[in-house]
Design a binder for this molecule. Structure first.
Ligand SMILES: [Zn+2]
Ligand SMILES: [Zn+2]
Length: 225
């Protein structure tokens, strides 16, 4: 029997951010990771997934790996359409999240004032979503409040682990460290201590580009070996 958990990815906005819609098809509970842009397409994906599983989704969380504009740009519009979904980010990036308009000006993009953060993610905090559980892994460096979301999913086919790594770890690369509050050596240390120590089979879903696995990056990422 297949897992009851759905992971629907769409690539949004000019910076090509990976936005994930995660759904427990048994309970209809859902979360978005990094609703960075293209709110209308994300909302369409929610509708499509509702008809796929044959029940309305309860969008409970808008989870953000960090506060850069390409990861938070559609948050306000999604919140307006799904008021029960809680806006969550690590407090270390709240100041970056709150300067969305200013971030946009630097890139010639216009944004509304962001909606207030409603939940501050803490290191090792656990969030339950249907049959899956997330653990927050604070990995500062790309930004002070960068956090990866580790998902443990137990199903009839066993336990599966995956990690939403934001802009901290990419396939064969790592995040840039020239923006607000970034710290390169700290980011590398965090990847080594808090990501590469996970099971090698853990699927890694970065904020941009293709997915990979912890074990693959541990042995072949040129920034880490
Ligand atoms: Zn970023
Ligand atoms: Zn990004």
């Amino acid at each position: 029997m297949k897992s009851s958990f759905l992971d629907r990815k769409i690539v949004v906005g000019p910076f090509q951010c990976n936005c994930h819609l995660l759904v427990c098809s048994e309970t209809g509970e859902a979360a978005l990771v990094d609703p960075g842009d293209d709110a209308a397409r994300i909302l369409e994906l929610v509708k499509k997934t509702e008809s796929e599983i044959g029940k309305p989704l309860q969008l409970k969380w808008l989870l953000h790996t960090h506060g850069h504009l390409d990861h938070i740009g559609a948050t306000g519009a999604i919140k307006a359409a799904h008021p029960m979904a809680k806006i969550a980010i690590h407090e270390g990036d709240e100041f970056i999240y709150n300067m969305l308009k200013k971030q946009g000006e630097l890139f010639g993009l216009k944004y509304d004032e962001p909606r207030a953060v409603e939940h501050r993610l803490n290191h090792e905090e656990e969030i339950q979503l249907g049959r899956a559980k997330f653990t927050v892994v604070h990995t500062p460096g790309h930004s002070p409040g960068s956090a990866c979301l580790r998902m443990h999913e137990s199903s009839d086919i066993g336990v599966q682990e995956s990690l939403f790594s934001g802009d901290t770890l990419f396939q064969a690369s790592v995040g840039r460290t020239d923006l607000w509050g970034a710290d390169g050596p700290q980011m590398i240390r965090m990847i080594q201590d808090r990501i590469l120590t996970l099971d090698g089979d853990t699927a890694v879903h970065p904020g941009h580009g293709p997915s990979t696995r912890v074990g693959v990056e541990k042995t072949s990422n040129p920034f880490l070996i």
